[in-house]
Design a protein around this ligand. Structure first.
Ligand code: ZN
Length: 310
């Protein structure tokens, strides 16, 4: 069997959809699939779909003359990567689901379970925009804000599987209420949904963060104000991140990073103003788009394989 024919089965499970792929050990994708998660069916049904899809991918690999050698699954929420358990998830409903063991049993292959943002960060740090940096902070900004701190190609998980929750750094005491229940968290000010909500509140018209970005770029005063508030709070969060992690590269991903220079230019300036003796990190946009989580799941599978064959 030539190693060229070996692939890992990779799944990135989100609240609405699953991005799935067969990935070679060198990180190239040979096949992709997308499936609906339909989270409202409940965690048992979702788990069943994950296992069916993973088994289907392994079958597809074999039908194409390839050898599936391991499986990696990334899920949102709190993930205990050491035990391979999806501990808790708001949008998928997982409560202590031993997904790694279930996948290993169903597929008869070594399996890994990871956190979606940490997996995405791992992929950006090893294959994407942070490729040449040893110390990377990946920050995903969408409906929420979460991060992954990747050092030497491995993402820190924390003692309880909850490392990287940079969206819940307190940046505006007494500010807007966050989904976590507290007020003034970074994601309550700077997430894409918070930006859209804030503008809608002030203007009275439903608006998305992308529209706010466009209007701010065109110089509309209200949009400029809301955008600036969000950028400054984000700079506060990133300055805290830099004080804690001292990374060489910050990779911004998620929907908000699509704003390009309209985000990166003022953010870079605001971050620079906040740093004193800390070195300024390189601030770059993500390179792998929405494939990052799935590629990260593949990397976790490959890492598991390497560990088991040692
Ligand atoms: Zn919060």
């Amino acid at each position: 069997m030539s190693s060229r024919d070996e692939v890992v089965v990779a799944l990135d499970v989100g609240g609405t959809g699953m991005k799935c792929a067969l990935v070679r050990p060198d990180g190239t994708t040979v096949h992709t699939e997308r499936h609906a998660t339909d989270a409202q069916r409940g965690p048992e049904a979702v788990t069943g779909t994950i296992l069916d899809v993973a088994e289907g991918l392994a079958g597809k690999a074999r039908a194409d003359g390839r050898t599936p050698v391991a499986c990696g699954i990334a899920v949102p929420g709190v993930v205990d990567e050491a035990r391979g358990v999806a501990v808790w998830s708001a949008n998928v409903g997982f409560r202590d689901v031993p997904l790694r063991e279930l996948a290993r049993t169903r597929l008869g292959l070594p399996a890994a379970l990871g956190h979606d943002v940490r997996a995405g960060g791992l992929a950006e740090a090893r294959l994407g925009a942070g490729r040449d940096a040893g110390h990377v902070l990946f920050v995903a900004i969408g409906t929420g804000i979460a991060a992954a701190h990747v050092v030497g190609g491995s993402a820190a998980t924390g003692a309880h599987g909850a490392a990287g929750e940079i969206g819940h750094i307190l940046v505006r005491p007494g500010g807007p209420r966050c989904g976590c229940g507290r007020t003034g968290c970074l994601e309550a000010v700077s997430s894409a949904s918070a930006i859209g909500r804030r503008y809608a509140e002030l203007s009275g018209a439903p608006t998305t963060a992308a529209q706010v970005a466009d209007r701010a770029a065109a110089g509309e005063p209200l949009a400029v104000e809301v955008w600036q508030e969000a950028v400054e709070a984000l700079a506060d969060g990133l300055a805290t991140g830099q004080a804690l992690y001292d990374v060489s590269t910050v990779v911004l991903g998620g929907g908000l990073a699509q704003a390009g220079p309209g985000l990166f230019d003022p953010l870079r300036r605001a971050l620079r103003e906040r740093l004193t003796f800390h070195r300024e990190p390189r601030l770059v946009g993500a390179g792998l788009g929405d494939e990052a989580g799935c590629l990260g799941a593949a990397l976790l599978a490959l890492d598991t394989l390497a560990k088991e064959s040692r």
